[in-house]
Each structure stands twice: as structure tokens, then as C-alpha cells.
Write a protein that binds this ligand. Structure first.
Ligand code: ADP
Length: 393
């Protein structure tokens, strides 16, 4: 008994010793116990060192990152960040535990952070230096924790800005000379006794300068959509009267109304948005339906809504579109067939790009369903809270 107690004391002293001592000497079963514990200790030590080196490596990697990485706990408070976060956001060690929104105070960031819809990143000027542009992307992990990655996108932003300015300036500068040329072509085309060859030449010049005019106007529209404030001129827009105007314009376009255009819009409905922009987006879709379907066919304009969305759709029984083209249809200048009658129909390939931009500015998106030979349905899907039902049908 005394021997067992003595060995227990040895074990206790060894385990509680602050120094890393080898196991006490003992014979028999106690020797085995000490050796086994010692081996276990060594294994744990090795594992601890391995984990430590993994953590160090992780820290070195995040320190080498040029992007700021910030860990935010379940309460939205700062729990860890890397070196770049100190440079980009000005975080200091004493900020630990404080809410992140105390350091990034921009209202758009606070709304983004609290809305908890992190599908898309958010671009904003830097809180430390207005001339820098930062991109924030929040990712969830663990149980309610969040990882915020912040990138300096000033360079890309500047390039994008230069591109926008260039397109806007070129389109604007081309307008004046084109107006002069169109004026002269029109005047010269009216000169009496022109040779037939000249008449044809002037007709072609007029057609092409008109096309160029439409192109420039579309480019200007697109660059305005890219630069203007989204919230500008947003109001409740009555849908039925707008669709009636678009219908009669489309009928004029379809050569003395050869298409059967119908409107299905029950009740008195209004949609919050920019009237000019909504008119432009909807009319682009309706004019396309008329342009790309044969005379005598039906074009149906339809407004429907449920608890989550409001959908404006345009359905035609026209040529339809091969599925391979669908993903690229809203790209600028993308046309399914550059040489077909669509070219003579005066299209620029910018119409759907304009529609897409307008819808983006209204928190909406475009969906396209089409089958070659069967027709197409283009739908604009808006969030339900933009709709006001002024009178039920
Ligand atoms: P465009 O000025 O050429 O009409 P859009 O951007 O409006 O340019 O449309 C891009 C292309 O999508 C068109 O060239 C056409 O091939 C195709 N498209 C658009 N709407 C329809 C439709 N309703 N039916 C068939 N094809 C369509």
C-alpha cells in the first residue's frame, strides 16, 4: 500500500511539475504507466507543434494578402484582422471587440452588412481616403460569424471610369458632325433632276446616317444609365397608360398594324421607378417582338404579380432564338445574326443591353425563354414592394 501511495505521489509530482521532466523511474506496472503517459505527452506535444505551425502559416498567408480580411463575431464585433486591414481600414489592436460598423460608417455599408444578403459585393470609397475605391464582400461561416474581405479596386475603378467617360465623350462629340452631314444629305437628296444612281446613293447615305444616329443615341443612353444616380426621378408610374402608348407606337412600327398586340393588365397598377427608363425598357422588348416575328402573329403584353414579384412579360410567336445565344443576348452589340433582315430592320444590338441596365437600376432582372420557330417570352421581374395596387380588377 505504501509503495502504491509512493508511486501515486511520484506521478502527481511529475504531472504537476512546471519543468518538462522525464518520467520517474519505476519497475513493473507503474513503469509501464509512466512510459505510456510519457509517450502520450510526446505525441500531444508533436501534434501541438504541428497545429502551431499550421496556425503560423495561416497567419503568415493572411498577412501576405493584399486584401484586408476581418473576422466579425456573432454580435458584429471585430474579433481578428490581418495587417492589410490595418492599412486599408485603419484598424488598431485596441479596436478589438468594437462593432465593425463603427469603423466603416458609410450608410450603404451599414445597410449591406445588416441586410445580410451577401450575394454581390459592395463597392464604396475608402473610409480613410476618399480617392480610393474599396470592394467589400461578406461571407458567413461558423455559427453566425462573418468574414469580411476588403479589396482595393481603385485601379479597376479608374479604368472603368475612363472607359465610361470615353464612350460618353465619343458619342457626344460624334453627334454634331453627324447632324451636319444628315442635314446636307437631306438637302442634296431634294435637288431636282438627280440621276437615278445619285438618288440611290443619297437614299443609302440617309439610311446609314439614320442608323448611325440611332447607334449614337443608344450609346449615350447606355452611358447615362451607367453614370446617373439610380434614385433620380423615381416615382409611382401607372402601367396601363404606358403600355397603351407603347402598343400604339409598336403598331406604327409594324407597318400599318399587322401584328395583333394585346395587353393583359388587370386593375389599376403602378410601379415605382423612373418613367422614362421603364418606358424605354418595355418598349425595347415590345419593338423587338414586333421586329422579330412575322406580320399577322400575336404579341402579348402581360403584367402579373404574386407576394414576391411583379412580372412584365412580352410573348411573341416569332422566329425564336437558339438556346446557345441566350446567355450572351444582353451583351452590347451582340446580335444573333448580323447579316439577316435584322440588320435592315435597323437594330443596333444595344437594345437588350439597355433593358438589362435599366432593370438593374430598378432591383429587377430579365429572364428570356425562347424556342427556335416557336417564339420568345422576355420577362422583367421586379420586387413586389415596387408595385402599388391602386384598384383591384
Ligand atoms: P437589336 O437592335 O439587334 O434588336 P437587341 O439588343 O435588342 O438588339 O437584341 C439582340 C438580338 O436578340 C437581336 O439582334 C435578335 O437577334 C435577338 N432578339 C431580341 N429580341 C428578340 C425576339 N423577340 N425574338 C427573336 N430574337 C430576338
Amino acid at each position: 500500500m505504501a509503495w502504491v501511495l509512493w508511486q501515486l505521489r511520484q506521478l502527481y509530482l511529475w504531472l504537476t511539475s512546471k519543468k518538462r521532466l522525464p518520467p520517474p523511474d519505476a519497475a513493473g506496472i507503474w513503469g509501464d504507466i509512466f512510459d505510456n503517459i510519457y509517450r502520450m505527452q510526446k505525441r500531444h506535444e508533436k501534434e501541438r507543434r504541428r497545429l502551431q505551425s499550421v496556425i503560423r502559416r495561416g497567419q503568415e498567408t493572411t498577412a501576405a494578402l493584399r486584401d484586408a480580411v476581418v473576422l466579425v463575431d456573432i454580435n458584429g464585433s471585430l474579433s481578428w484582422w490581418n495587417q492589410s486591414a490595418e492599412m486599408l481600414l485603419g484598424l488598431q489592436p485596441i479596436d478589438q471587440g468594437h462593432p465593425l460598423v463603427n469603423f466603416i460608417r458609410h450608410p450603404s455599408f451599414i445597410a449591406y452588412f445588416e441586410a445580410a444578403d451577401y450575394d454581390k459585393p459592395l463597392d464604396l470609397p475608402s473610409p480613410r481616403n476618399e480617392s480610393k475605391q474599396l470592394q467589400y464582400q461578406v461571407n458567413r461561416f461558423g455559427q453566425g460569424e462573418r468574414l469580411v474581405v476588403v479589396r482595393d479596386i481603385s485601379q479597376i475603378y479608374k479604368l472603368e471610369q475612363t472607359r465610361k467617360d470615353f464612350v460618353a465623350n465619343v458619342s457626344h462629340e460624334l453627334r454634331t458632325p453627324l447632324t451636319v452631314l444628315r442635314g446636307y444629305v437631306e438637302t442634296l437628296a431634294m435637288v431636282p433632276d438627280l440621276k437615278p444612281v445619285m438618288v440611290r446613293a443619297f437614299e443609302q447615305m440617309q439610311q446609314q446616317s439614320d442608323r448611325m444616329n440611332v447607334l449614337i443615341n443608344d450609346l449615350l443612353t447606355l452611358s447615362k444609365l451607367e453614370t446617373e444616380d439610380t434614385e433620380k426621378n423615381q416615382q409611382q408610374v401607372q402601367l396601363r397608360p404606358m403600355l397603351e402608348i407603347i402598343k400604339s407606337d409598336a403598331q406604327a412600327l409594324s407597318d400599318s398594324g399587322q401584328h395583333n398586340i394585346s395587353i393583359n393588365c388587370d386593375g389599376v397598377l403602378s410601379l415605382r421607378g423612373n418613367e422614362k427608363e421603364l418606358h424605354s425598357a418595355f418598349s425595347n422588348l415590345v419593338f423587338n417582338a414586333v421586329k422579330y416575328s412575322a406580320a399577322g402573329t400575336n404579341v402579348k403584353l402581360d403584367i402579373s404579380y404574386d407576394s414576391t414579384a411583379v412580372v412584365f412579360s412580352v410573348k411573341d410567336n416569332g422566329d425564336g432564338i437558339d438556346p446557345i445565344h441566350l446567355p450572351r443576348l444582353t451583351e452590347r452589340f451582340y446580335r444573333v445574326d448580323n447579316n439577316s433582315r435584322t440588320s435592315s430592320a435597323g437594330g443596333t444590338g444595344l437594345g437588350l443591353a439597355i433593358v438589362k441596365h435599366i432593370l438593374l437600376r430598378h432591383d429587377a432582372h430579365l429572364t428570356i425563354a425562347s424556342k427556335p420557330g416557336k417564339g420568345s417570352t422576355f420577362s422583367c421581374v421586379f420586387p413586389r414592394d415596387r408595385l402599388q395596387v391602386l384598384q383591384q380588377s
